[in-house]
Design a protein around this ligand. Structure first.
Ligand code: SAM
Length: 303
């Protein structure tokens, strides 16, 4: 069953957290001259128009990137945009993004610029010597992704299961890399395949940075997943550092009516995070929690 379409959710608060972390970790990898590899196991369509189609139905982006952009523009006293969020906003809206012609939250007369999903963010951050692979199963989203990326020789695009496909790319020959695992969790299988894939991936490529996204929902098996993921970080392969990051956008017992499957927030488990990420998150999370009227959690464990 492939009913999930990321276009409904593009640019929402969960995307802001996930994509800000992705931009930070890729920028850290790019600090060294040596090439890196990036895998995006559940890539989506890559670029999303915000004013038409699915994204225009629930307008989730207005609660996410729209609020962030507005907060940055208002520049309220004592509300300096943390560096991690500035870098993310610049990548999404700024001059580093050749596809964008207007800020994402426009004045009434301009069109909102398309919002970049993870594969487009990765494309914008790769250098000429870096490589990436993106997996997407949905035929419609795959066609859009393929059209967006197929002329880029650094990036391989596959219409394949990302859990299975990832392992064939590990370890990458350059031995430096980032793996983003962002399943839709629309089928229960995702909850089994994710830990299975991670435990094999950690053994094959123990030094890689892994970013795993998960939804916060009260219904099982979602509540058990974060602990299962953090346990894997310590039990599979050589022990690495990891962090667990959560952003709550509603109380658990009162998710917004339009929230998909009763989601009250989202989280990331990041294995082998850059050491500089801790301070960056400590600044970014309170800012995000404030503009999303929510709360946050950061658990940081050193190897
Ligand atoms: N990573 C994207 C981003 O941040 O912009 C969003 C991805 S969305 C949450 C999940 C995507 O995974 C959907 O487009 C869905 O069609 C796709 N998908 C679902 N199961 C898959 C699988 N086993 N392998 C690859 N893609 C899958």
């Amino acid at each position: 069953m492939l009913s999930y379409r990321h276009a409904f959710h593009a640019g929402n608060p969960a995307d802001c957290l996930k994509h800000a972390a992705l931009v930070f970790c890729l920028a850290y990898l790019a600090r060294k001259e040596t090439p890196f590899f990036c895998a995006d196991t559940h890539a989506g369509a890559g670029l999303y128009a915000l004013d038409e189609g699915f994204a225009a139905l629930n307008r989730e982006w207005e609660q996410g990137i729209g609020r962030l952009y507005a907060a940055e523009k208002q520049n309220a006293p004592g509300q300096i945009l943390p560096a991690m969020l500035r870098r993310y906003l610049e990548l999404v809206t700024g001059s580093a993004a050749p596809l964008l012609t207007a800020p994402v939250l426009p004045s009434a007369s301009t069109k909102p610029a398309p919002y970049p999903g993870s594969p487009e963010i990765i494309r914008r951050m790769l250098r000429s010597r870096d490589t990436a692979v993106c997996f997407e199963l949905h035929p419609g989203d795959f066609a859009a992704l393929d059209t967006l990326l197929r002329r880029d020789r650094r990036i391989t695009v596959r219409q394949e299961d990302g859990f299975g496909g990832l392992l064939g790319f590990l370890p990458p020959p350059c031995r430096r890399g980032l793996i983003l695992i962002d399943p839709p969790y629309e089928v229960k299988d995702d909850y089994h395949l994710l830990p299975e894939t991670l435990s094999r991936a950690f053994k094959r490529f123990s030094t890689g940075t892994y970013i795993v996204w998960y939804p916060l929902m009260r219904s099982s098996p979602a509540p058990e997943l974060p602990l299962e993921l953090t346990a894997l970080c310590t039990s599979c392969g050589p022990r690495g550092s990891y962090c667990r990051v959560e952003l709550y956008t509603a109380p658990p017992d009162a998710p917004p009516l339009n929230s998909p499957r009763g989601m009250y927030g989202s989280g990331l488990v990041i294995r082998n995070p850059p050491w500089t990420l801790k301070a960056a998150l400590e600044a970014a999370l309170p800012y995000l929690a404030e503009i999303f009227s929510g709360d946050w959690l950061l658990q940081w464990e050193e190897a």
